[in-house]
Design a protein around this ligand. Structure first.
Ligand SMILES: *Cc1c(COP(=O)(O)O)cnc(C)c1O
Length: 415
């Protein structure tokens, strides 16, 4: 039997010290289910906006764990909060309450409620679970029909998948929970056509992230609110990717003066500590009654304190304003530097798409990694940038200056 010291040393070794990327990838190839394809890098350490691979190469993280690491890596405040909560009380069942859980619920409901609006939260561990809770809320209305949009992404569990548009994701797993109708995104007239008194809810991303950072026309969400009110349907806004400061405001829809009945959150909320939240207001806040839903881990105090730490730092350090300023800087720098492969830049705050006029985004992602930048290609002709909200102008500039070379080389890569 190993002693305490040996177990400790062994666990440290398993974090990657001394193991090469090739060694880890060989293990990945045989021990991990092949859902994600071959990983492009093995990362062993992160600090601020940088991550290091097993060979010690530094990369500027412009993806932030897919819009998750809002405060970058190893943020001291989040680290201290998590460590202190974990060493005090790490988990209790949902037969019991903890102060951190309630404090985060109060903090989050204040974002969507008001003095005269009841708002409540159901805590989960991921985006798709937050959406499952929301889906169950809609079923409590006595109606079953849900309107979703073309290009929508709401997660991979069966309920969320039913609301996700891509046939490639959906069709192998049909039949999925019904009944869901898809209408063109950003098209209020198309929504009006299908939105009648049989509809339980309309689910919308305020900006479609996975579809390539697609921004709807101004007034779209407000019009959806109006149509939902007229039909007695719930408006459910999925802010899992856009929320918690990513676009320069806590939530995109409230920033536009729109009230939602249901709001789902996850990604940026815990800075990488798994947490999801389903918020509901007004009558929707109590549609899930005693015994109607549950979770073992959801609402655990460590995840809750992570969320509280993230919100406190975003506020203290003015990171909403930084997200707005850095998003504008990125867009204007890209226009300034220019490259004939770039068709345009779209997005809001630090959720930005560089739209290309050729399907070379995947090749650009690989070449960017070689050049020390983590970016992502949600579509063949779109590069997505979703860096930590703490990113600096100099860090963004370093990427923008490397971009033309990356794109020129990507265009040379055989398809
Ligand atoms: C990522 C995402 C989800 C799913 O979240 P998971 O944590 O991966 O389950 C749902 N909706 C939107 C808009 C997302 O971006």
């Amino acid at each position: 039997m190993s002693n305490e010291l040996e177990v400790g040393q062994d666990l440290t070794r398993l974090q990657g010290n001394g193991r090469t990327s090739a060694d880890v990838l060989a293990g990945y190839g045989s021990a991990i289910m092949p859902t994600f394809g071959t990983p492009k890098r093995v990362f062993v350490r992160g600090e601020g906006c940088y991550v290091w691979d097993a060979e010690g190469r530094r990369h500027l993280d412009l993806l932030g764990g897919l819009a998750v690491n809002a405060l970058g890596h190893a943020h001291p405040t989040v680290l201290a909060a998590i460590t202190s909560q974990l060493s005090t009380l790490g988990h209790v069942s949902n037969f019991f309450a903890t102060p951190a859980q309630v404090a985060l619920a109060e903090r989050l409901t204040a974002l969507v409620g008001g003095a005269d609006v009841d708002a409540r939260v159901f805590f989960a561990n991921s985006g798709t679970e937050a959406n499952e809770a929301a889906f169950k809320i809609t079923r409590q209305t006595g109606r079953t029909k849900i309107i979703s949009t073309e290009g929508a992404f709401h997660g991979r569990s069966l309920g969320s998948l039913a609301l996700t548009h891509s046939p490639k994701y959906r069709e192998p797993f049909e039949p999925l929970p019904g009944d869901v109708t898809f209408v063109p995104y950003g098209d209020a007239a198309a929504l009006a056509e299908v939105l009648d008194e049989t509809v339980a809810a309309v689910v919308l991303e305020p900006i479609q992230g996975e579809n390539g950072v697609v921004v709807p026309p101004p007034g779209y969400l407000a019009k959806a609110r109006e149509l939902c009110d007229a039909a007695g349907a719930l408006l459910w806004i999925d802010e899992i990717q856009t929320g918690m400061g990513r676009t320069g405001s806590w939530l995109v829809h409230t920033d536009q003066g729109v009230r939602a009945d249901i709001v789902t959150l996850a990604k940026g909320l815990g800075n990488g500590f798994p947490i999801g939240a389903c918020l509901a207001t007004g009558r929707a806040a109590t549609l899930l009654g005693p015994g109607s839903h549950g979770t073992t881990f959801g609402g655990n105090p460590v995840a809750a304190i992570a969320g509280l730490a993230v919100m406190a730092v975003i506020e203290r350090d003015g990171l909403l304003a930084n997200a707005t300023a850095m998003g504008e800087r990125l867009a204007s720098m890209i226009h300034l530097v220019g490259n004939w492969h770039i068709a345009g830049v779209r997005g809001r705050g630090l959720l930005q798409a560089i739209v290309l006029n050729k399907p070379i985004a995947a090749a650009a992602v690989d070449l960017a990694l070689d050049a020390g930048f983590v970016i992502n290609a949600p579509r063949p002709d779109v590069i997505r940038i979703a860096p930590p909200l703490i990113i600096t102008g100099e860090q963004l500039d370093s990427f923008v200056h490397a971009l033309p070379g990356i794109l020129d080389a990507a265009a040379e890569v055989p398809a």
